[in-house]
Write a protein that binds this ligand. Structure first.
Ligand code: MRU
Length: 364
């Protein structure tokens, strides 16, 4: 996607610097800063501090981390150490484990002398695949939006609601939940997107930045507004992303997604989840019981980052001194509340039968 007219991916390889480049998302939407990621500690910090974030982007970043590891020391022992080191950065998004496992499985049979180049080629492949998966999700989701648009009077926008940022900067490109929106907008369908703020880190502001840059009409709303809007017929379709979806279709995503699904269910609003196949955890069925939920600590709740009228970016405290914030970063929406899953291979029910029928080669 474009930033100020220049096409970007959320990460890219700089051949001159011989290093991975990322967008440091901590400064968005206020400032666009990029960073060279050059040590294994840089990789871990980038993921832990959410300079890179979003399940697919975390996975792709980890693959580049493994490529650096193989350049530094291509032994099996080092591969295992770095697998653990990177895997311990964030616990919920399954794409991290998926990417590290894929690297390990591909690299173990490769002679040590060839591992560095093989690992870098594989990281590029994973990044390119992510772009194509998300493009396909967009084309499949476009059909849903077209169907809704076809039933509306001419010129009336399809009204979507999304939570968090499942946009292009949460992936390598296109985004998952936003890809159908980009495709629909580019196909000339009128859209309006309700963008959930998504406290505590306000990833909704990232979604607003993305949609605004692409000319898509949207309104930034508090996390508590969605239910009200649905009760009043203001939402035609909800599309969110996911950090881990179980084999039976339970969806783990940013905290607050579950409440949106409940409100959608109560109001007969279709609730879809954009799901790239690397985000399916085939080893887990019951998402509520089995998915580890990241706790990101008190400070993200008690403080908030913003820009003042002077253009200065800083953090301010929003609670009284001494207040402790509780910060579960994700929740699980049970499959019964999910209308459908938009995958790169098509749209399916949130059920084990449907997922295994669509991905017989992956489900194990
Ligand atoms: O904590 P974050 O910002 O990494 O959480 C991101 C989300 O919850 C996204 O919705 C999810 O990763 C899907 S991104 C395509």
């Amino acid at each position: 996607m474009k930033v100020n007219g220049t096409p970007y991916r959320s990460l890219w390889w700089d051949a001159e610097k011989d290093a991975l480049q990322i967008i440091d998302q901590r400064w968005l939407p206020h400032d666009f800063r990029t960073q060279s990621v050059e040590t294994l500690q840089d990789f871990a910090d980038a993921i832990v501090q959410m300079r890179v974030r979003g399940a697919p982007l975390i996975g792709a970043t980890a693959a580049y981390g493994m490529a650096l590891a193989m350049r530094l020391d291509p032994t099996d022992a080092h591969m295992k150490t770095v697998w653990d080191f990177l895997h311990n950065t964030r616990p919920t998004a399954i794409n991290l484990r998926w990417a590290l496992n894929r690297c390990q499985a591909a690299l173990l049979p490769v002679p040590e002398a060839d591992r560095a180049s093989a690992a870098l080629a594989l990281a590029h492949e994973i990044a390119d695949e992510d772009v194509e998966i998300n493009r396909q999700i967009g084309l499949n989701g476009l059909q849903l939006i077209q169907d809704i648009a076809a039933k509306k009077p001419d010129g009336e926008p399809v009204r979507l609601l999304t939570h968090c940022n499942a946009g292009w900067i949460a992936t390598v490109d296109w985004g998952t939940a936003t890809s159908p929106m980009y495709h629909a907008h580019d196909a000339g369908i009128a859209l309006h997107v309700w963008v959930d703020e998504t406290r505590p880190r306000n990833q909704g502001a990232l979604t607003s930045w993305e949609l605004g840059s692409h000319g898509i009409a949207h309104t930034y709303i508090t996390d508590n507004a969605g239910g009200h809007l649905m009760q009043h017929g203001q939402v035609d379709l909800v599309i969110t992303g996911t950090d881990r979806t179980t084999r039976r279709g339970d969806v783990c995503n940013k905290i607050g997604t579950y409440l949106k699904a409940l409100a959608a269910h109560d109001n007969g609003v279709p609730f879809y989840v954009a799901l790239p196949s690397p985000t399916i955890d085939w080893t887990v069925s019951d998402g509520i019981a089995e998915i580890p939920i990241e706790d990101r600590g008190s400070r993200e709740i008690t403080h908030i980052m913003g820009r003042n009228d002077m253009g200065e970016i800083s953090e301010v405290q929003v609670t009284p001194d001494g207040t402790t914030g509780g910060n579960p970063a994700f929740d699980v929406t049970p499959n019964r509340l999910v209308t459908g899953l938009i995958t790169e291979r098509g749209i399916c029910d949130a059920s084990e039968d449907a997922l295994t029928a669509l991905f017989p080669d992956l489900c194990g």
